[in-house]
Design a protein around this ligand. Structure first.
Ligand SMILES: [Zn+2]
Length: 260
């Protein structure tokens, strides 16, 4: 649009061109804000590995590393729901993303599964209906005591209701796109569980306005996954793939905007 305006100013000659020159430069579009959410923290250790190591430490290390990587690209602003070993209630994490008007919310976790031989990453998006029993159980674990603490808001007026459902729908589609971009970026590089993109009712993904996913980086109940997740170089390999996926996500979003 700016290019078209510049062309018209040139065609119309001096005074208009001068007026265009005198007007302030258009504000540079703000970089997207990514809210990283390292799971658990403080008195909540999250999953516990076979040798007693806590999920909360891996989630925090990964969050801090991913923040550095995303900032390194120069393309994003990054905020975190926690950057130290503290407990943050799930509804505070959601509110934090809404307050920041985050463009993307990514929760970082490690899985624990009933079978020790199962390993690999998986990516979850929000749904009231879990795709499978395991996903439902996992959401229950990740929600912990917070799950029942959220009050259901009283029904808003009809118009607000329609707008809210449209927003939720757009957010759902974007969240699904993010999950697909993550799985595509991991493919062949990061081990993944069978059917790695699934859905369940995670309290931390309930902000209706922010596309969100919860990444289980691997399984702490699997020895190989645990050593991979605790190894900085291996973890960084995974997080560079997350960075690439986020680049793709915003690249695809721009393409979709231009096409639409
Ligand atoms: Zn967790």
């Amino acid at each position: 649009m700016r290019r078209a305006f510049g062309g018209a100013a040139l065609a119309l000659g001096g005074p208009v061109a001068l007026a265009a020159q005198a007007s302030p430069a258009p504000a540079r579009q703000e970089k997207p804000l990514i809210m990283l959410d390292p799971g658990h923290g403080g008195h909540d250790p999250g999953a516990i590995a076979l040798d007693g190591y806590y999920e909360k430490y891996i989630a925090l290390d990964a969050g801090l590393e991913l923040r550095r990587m995303l900032e390194y690209t120069g393309r994003y602003r990054v905020a975190m729901t926690r950057s130290r070993d503290v407990f943050v209630p799930l509804d505070h994490r959601v509110a934090d993303a809404m307050d920041h008007k985050a463009d993307l919310f990514l929760s970082l976790h490690c899985d624990h599964l009933p079978e020790n031989n199962l390993r690999g990453a998986s990516i979850f998006t929000l749904s009231n209906n879990a795709t499978d029993k395991l996903a439902a159980a996992l959401a229950q674990d990740e929600n912990g005591d917070d799950a029942d603490s959220r009050q259901v808001a009283s029904a808003p007026p009809q118009v607000a209701d329609i707008l809210a459902s449209l927003e939720t729908r757009a957010t759902k589609i974007s969240s699904h796109n993010l999950a697909q971009d993550l799985a595509a970026s991991f493919n062949g590089v990061v081990p993944m569980l069978p059917n790695p993109t699934r859905a369940a009712n995670f309290a931390v993904l309930r902000d209706p306005s922010t596309p969100a996913a919860l990444l289980e980086m691997g399984c702490l109940t699997n020895k190989r996954d645990e050593s991979r997740l605790r190894n900085t170089a291996e973890r960084e390999k995974l997080l560079w793939r997350v960075t690439a996926a986020i680049n793709n996500y915003f690249g695809h979003a721009a393409q979709r905007r231009m096409a639409g």
